[in-house]
Design a protein around this ligand. Structure first.
Ligand SMILES: Cc1cc2nc3c(=O)[nH]c(=O)nc-3n(C[C@H](O)[C@H](O)[C@H](O)COP(=O)(O)OP(=O)(O)OC[C@H]3O[C@@H](n4cnc5c(N)ncnc54)[C@H](O)[C@@H]3O)c2cc1C
Length: 401
């Protein structure tokens, strides 16, 4: 039998935030802190786990390294916001309801959709059945367990993007007895300036990672991967990091989505088809002057903060301001003691400036550790969350409606 959970007062405004990833968490804590004293606004955050997932550390989890316990309900304590543990199974954008896996139905007046993205395991046959992913802490732990038991053998990392690079480096460093092969279409670090790109490839070589770029994986088997052209590469373990996909829930709900299923937003981050739905983080297709943003933590947190501020403005009868964001860096870990930080222009193109070695590793660790304390600061001082690079001339864009 369905039960309906009341997540707001009968006369109050119910804001439901879906997903406590980097973006959803930023939205929830920012909003909770800003409406703490208002009796007429109720904030509810839905997430499958109480523990916050530091997704940027999942390649560390996959190599058996412990990560800190961070409790979402504890962070929300004292703000009046409510935490609901559950997996969203449906959104009814017309009735303004959300169903979760225990059949509870949550009502909202404003929805913040932050369900993130996962590695695309559907694009290549066999990935779903035979490959490991870093899609959740549980997936990463299963890989850690397998690697610990393997001893000797070959680990193929599919996908030469930055998650693939960081994972291959981490596995090679932690398991020197394993043969690590990184396969992908692009050369690792291809988007970087030539020098940091070359540094990154040399570091992989030093760690013993065998890189094969310019290859297309067409099938994953229990003991090998098959490349376009028919070649087969033996693999005891395959980790899949290539491509991303988002939950189909938004499309099924009838929200306007792009060709990758991400919610298309206006400049204020509201769904263009359902303005009572804000979309944040990887699940949103957010257009800036340089194009549609790609999924990152550095861009995801500001989207969450901006959505929260916009909701408060709307509640006060004000117009939300346009969202603007410019990228500023790409920090990449290469094991625990090495790394590359490529500084970027606001459109994410590489600048000449970069860091390498231990300084880069320290920089990366500082960045990785920063979201949780940032949420803590926002809880006490919401305005502290509003500092991010707006992108200058790169992000000046007129409303397209
Ligand atoms: C190993 C790795 C390293 C990375 N390193 C970097 C980096 O160095 N820098 C960087 O900027 N980005 C990095 N990224 C990308 C970054 O993690 C994502 O861009 C970021 O997590 C997106 O934030 P988000 O809040 O949109 O989504 P997520 O962080 O994915 O959060 C989504 C949340 O929604 C929940 N959820 C999903 N579906 C449901 C459902 N149906 N019901 C309820 N809850 C649901 C999830 O459990 C999760 O808590 C990395 C990613 C990986 C995998």
């Amino acid at each position: 039998m369905n039960t309906e959970q009341q997540v707001g007062t009968a006369t109050g405004h119910r804001v439901l935030v879906l997903g406590a990833g980097f973006a959803g968490m930023a939205a929830a804590i920012q909003l909770a802190a800003r409406v703490e004293d208002r009796e007429d606004v109720r904030v509810t955050l839905v997430n499958p786990q109480e523990r916050f997932t530091e997704r940027l550390r999942l390649h560390m989890t996959a190599t058996g390294q412990p990560t800190a316990e961070m409790s979402i309900p504890e962070l929300l304590e004292g703000t009046g916001a409510q935490f609901v543990r559950g997996w969203v199974t449906a959104v009814d954008a017309d009735a303004r309801t959300v169903r979760i896996d225990d059949d509870r139905v949550l009502r909202y007046d404003t929805l913040v959709y932050g369900l993130g993205s996962v590695a695309d395991t559907a694009a290549v046959p066999g990935v779903e059945e035979c490959a490991y992913t870093l899609n959740s802490p549980r997936d990463a732990e299963q890989l850690a367990d397998r690697l610990a038991r393997l001893g000797r053998g070959t680990v193929v990392v599919g996908g030469s993007g930055l998650t693939g690079v960081e994972s291959a480096a981490e596995i090679a460093e932690r398991h020197p007895g394993l043969d690590v092969v990184l396969l992908g279409r692009q050369e690792p670090g291809a988007a970087m300036h030539p020098r940091p790109g070359a540094y990154l490839r040399a570091a992989l070589e030093r760690l013993g990672v065998r890189v094969r770029s310019g290859v297309d994986v067409v099938k994953v088997l229990p003991d090998a991967v098959e490349l376009a052209g028919g070649e087969s590469v033996a693999a005891d373990v395959v980790l899949w990091t290539s491509g991303t996909r988002v939950s189909p829930l938004a499309a099924v709900a009838g929200l306007d989505v792009d060709d990758r299923g991400r919610i298309v937003t206006d400049t204020a981050l509201r769904s263009v088809s359902h303005p009572d739905v804000y979309a944040v983080g990887d699940a949103a297709a957010i257009r800036q002057g340089y194009g549609v943003m790609h999924g990152t933590c550095q861009g995801g947190m500001p989207t969450g903060v901006h959505a929260a501020v916009s909701i408060v403005r709307a509640l006060e009868g004000k117009q939300p301001k346009p969202f603007r964001f410019g990228y500023y860096h790409t920090p990449v870990s290469l094991g625990r003691n090495d790394g590359v930080v490529q500084f970027t222009h606001p459109d994410d193109s590489p600048r000449r400036l970069y860091l390498t070695g231990r300084a880069a590793a320290r920089y990366k660790e500082t960045v990785t550790a920063s979201p949780w304390p940032t949420y803590g600061r926002m809880k006490k001082m919401p305005a502290s969350g509003a500092f991010w690079p707006r992108g200058g001339r790169f992000t000046r864009v007129r409303e397209a409606r």
